[in-house]
Design a protein around this ligand. Structure first.
Ligand code: PHE
Ligand code: FE
Length: 288
């Protein structure tokens, strides 16, 4: 995840080793330093999540996953970066965990994706409060192979540096949340997931596509930027894009007037529904 999902980082409460990092908050990945147990946690998560992704992830994610040729051991960031750089010019940098907003945006603006170097313990298999290597790598890296999404994420980084100066980080963080982390996309087979927060979750990946409980609403930039989100439960609302081009084009204009407009509007609850919302109905016979 990005750091703007959490009002951190006072690094004192975080798990990573922030002692050994460079000025840009990066650390070298201890690619040969993972234990057999850590590789085993990776393998178990990878198997479960890959199976679920075959059913519920968008085709662009599955293409990127295949291109990465991840195997049963924790991936080497250098090797993966070599493959990725040739495709879209992005690369992966290791980080100790959550990093400050401006450092994060700076990396994205330079087509560097920060990936946490440590992996969760087995007793945290299904949930942990901070992003780890599995979430960051499995959830985020595959879509960086899609040229349009890759450009969107870089533009987001640049927009972040600007929003910082305009005091609009919170609005922009909601956009990140409802697209990069929890976004859904239309496909000929129905709605599928592209957000990393759902793609790395065993419970929420089937839920976001199949459950009748949450709202699924057509993408609307200003609507998203005024909608709160919950960080400790499955989402109550997902926003559905038609394709990555829609996302890129809708976010291309200068946001400065949008931020001014949003400052005058009331913020919406995570489960709000508006008359103008374009709602998607879940597949018939869906579980709740
Ligand atoms: N166009 C936005 C701005 O001017 C930047 C942006 C691009 C933000 C893509 C998010 C995603 O601030
Ligand atoms: Fe993330």
């Amino acid at each position: 995840m990005g750091m703007n999902e959490h009002p951190l980082p006072d690094t004192a409460g975080l798990r990573g080793d922030y002692g050994a990092m460079a000025a840009d908050w990066t650390v070298r990945q201890p690619a040969n330093g993972y234990s057999a147990e850590e590789h085993d946690v990776w393998r178990t998560l990878l198997r479960r999540q890959s199976l679920l992704a075959q059913r519920h992830a968008c085709p662009e994610f599955l293409d990127g996953l295949a291109a990465l040729q991840i195997d049963e051991r924790i991936p080497d960031f250098e090797r993966a970066s070599d493959v990725l750089r040739r495709r879209t010019g992005w690369r992966i940098v290791g980080v100790p965990g959550l990093i400050p907003d401006d450092a994060f945006y700076g990396h994205l603006a330079a087509r560097r994706f920060p990936v946490t170097v440590w992996i969760r313990r087995r007793d945290e298999f299904d949930y942990l409060a901070e992003p780890d290597l599995f979430h960051d790598f499995f959830g985020h890296v595959p879509l960086l192979f899609d040229p349009v999404f890759a450009d969107y994420l870089q533009a987001y980084g640049r927009g972040g540096l600007k929003a910082d100066a305009l005091g609009a980080i919170e609005m922009l963080a909601r956009l990140y949340w409802y697209t990069v982390e929890f976004g859904l996309i239309e496909t000929p087979e129905g709605v599928r997931a592209y957000g990393a927060g759902i793609l790395s979750s065993g419970g929420e990946l089937p839920y976001c596509v199949e459950s009748a409980a949450p709202h699924r609403i057509g993408f609307d930039l200003l609507r998203i930027m005024r909608t709160r989100y919950k960080i400790d439960t499955f989402q109550e609302t997902y926003f559905v894009i038609r394709d990555f081009r829609e996302l890129f084009d809708a976010t291309a204009p200068d946001f400065t007037p949008y931020y001014a407009e949003l400052a005058r509007q009331e913020v919406l609850a995570a489960d709000a529904l508006l008359p103008a919302d374009r709602r998607f109905t879940p597949p018939a016979g869906s579980p709740r």
